[in-house]
Design a protein around this ligand. Sequence first.
Ligand code: DO4
Ligand code: MG
Length: 284
Amino acid sequence: MKLYRTDLGSFVEQDSIRYRVPLTSWDELITHDYLQGYLLSIIDKSDGVDYLVSNLDFASAKILAPIGSQEVWAAGVTYYRSRSARMEEAKTAGGGDFYDRVYAAERPELFFKSTPNRVVGPGDDVRIRKDAKWSVPEPELTLLINHRGQIIGTTAGNDMSSRDIEGENPLYLPQAKVYVGSCALGPCVLIGSEPLSTATPISLEIVRSGRTEFAGATTLAELKRAPATLVEYLFRDNSFPAGTFLMTGTGIVPPDSFTLASGDRIRITIDPIGTLENNVAQRA
Ligand code: DO4
Ligand code: MG
């Protein structure tokens, strides 16, 4: 079951058939006592009302990022590929060892990624910083967690990152990670609390001037930490009244010679969720 937030309200999709969701507040949906049951009751017409919408009506809606007032947090160095790339980029700054240690440590790296106003949805522009010379997308399975700490769904996320800033000094991480347009989420939330199969593929394609400039893939089998463990650490001595998103880290890192440029198109596909597509822009 997929939940979409659009400029015409929210829609739930099952077996490619869409239904209008009568509850209009996204935050109320995310903090609903039993969201999955509520959405199923819409599909089953439990209240006698037919919420079916035509494909034409759905196509005329603009799909928005599936976020209300939730914060976005992120886990880092959860894939071996990420550990190795960061060790290399921080080598000259003497910070490489931290990444090796956090990959092996019991406590994961968790950092604050974004407020809702910095998040963009499908089709919108993600940004690269003007003062960065080395920018990459990070395709990440992203958990949606309600205020009770329960995983209620998953979406695709892009943790845009400035690798030269992060590599110069690990203490610059917030500047490398948190800026306007540095996070994309969507296109929908796949509702469900069961973990996705470890065989689930995550793929990234970057298209420049009509040509594939970079393509890479991984699977959830490469994710070193269980999503539930990441959530447990995030909720330790913390509260999220509207729920929160948690990006689970990247397992795809383009070669060091690659940096994003304005006009690039980024496609992140996580099969059961769909494809999150954004163009890259730099602020004037
Ligand atoms: O430690 C820096 C950030 C790591 C990260 O964002 C990732 O591994 O995805
Ligand atoms: Mg990341």
